[in-house]
Design a protein around this ligand. Structure first.
Ligand code: PEP
Length: 248
């Protein structure tokens, strides 16, 4: 796949206690995890430092969100500078729950992405259509619009991973079929080529998220334009190791 390194992120969402994190650390440490895969887990902010200290060296902790400013009067927010200060190098931005539960706009997600990149973070930028948008035949238009909003604010895409996560597939048990996912990934890569050039398009990891489990990850991983996964529920369970190793 044009030398794109497979990337598997876990998204713990608002789950975890110190003791449940210890259990996750235990199965991640036991692995074994394919060394040809980048492995990252999205940790609730309050546990980032705890998880980072306990995770094995081949698994990186990621924030699940951050703000678009360095510091100041933004009660409840955390900044990319703070993440870097505690040794965190990844952030998930624009997750569908941020967009649809917390009302984050395309523009805010793009501003956050630009600021996070300026501060040296790698961004897992999430995009994806809602069920009514898919049914109305708007899937591509939505995915292109969300990506274009980011493209308007950043120039260098080398520290971005795009997560295509159809909203109807997140936490629902309704996985996109390998063909449905591949179709969107392929169209997005063509769009990236037209808008941003072949260099960006060929090197961009486009990962799939939405009810990925050990039962469907291998077939999804075979698709030409699927470069990894963003995994919610199953990232809390030992089967996450199997998902990481889907290419084996
Ligand atoms: C997610 O949280 O990004 C996600 C894809 O969740 P799930 O795997 O549980 O559908």
């Amino acid at each position: 796949k044009m030398g794109r390194k497979f990337f598997v992120g876990g998204n713990w969402k608002m789950n975890g206690t110190k003791s449940s994190i210890d259990e996750i650390v235990s199965f991640l440490s036991k692995g074994p995890l394919d060394s040809k895969v980048d492995v990252v887990v999205g940790v609730p902010a309050i546990y980032l430092d705890y998880a980072k200290c306990k995770l094995p060296a081949n698994v990186f902790a990621s924030a699940q969100n951050c703000y678009k400013e360095t510091k100041g009067a933004f009660t409840g927010e955390i900044s990319p500078a703070m993440l870097k200060d505690v040794g965190i190098n990844y952030v998930i931005l624009g997750h569908s729950e941020r967009r649809h539960v917390f009302g984050e706009s395309d523009e805010l997600v793009a501003e956050k992405t630009a600021h996070a990149l300026e501060n040296g973070l790698t961004v897992i930028a999430c995009i994806g259509e809602k069920l009514e948008e898919r049914e109305a035949g708007q899937t591509e238009a939505v995915v292109f619009r969300q990506t274009a909003a980011i493209a308007a604010k950043i120039k260098d895409w080398s520290n971005v991973v795009i997560a295509y996560e159809p909203v109807w597939a997140i936490g629902t048990g309704k996985t996109a079929s390998p063909q449905q996912a591949q179709e969107v990934h392929e169209k997005l890569r063509v769009w990236l080529k037209e808008k941003l050039g072949a260099g960006v398009a060929d090197s961009m990891r486009i990962i799939y998220g939405g009810s990925v489990t050990a039962a469907n990850s291998k077939e999804l991983a075979k698709q030409a334009d699927i470069d990894g996964f963003l995994v919610g529920g199953a990232s809390l369970k030992p089967e996450f190791v199997y998902i990481v190793n889907s290419k084996q």
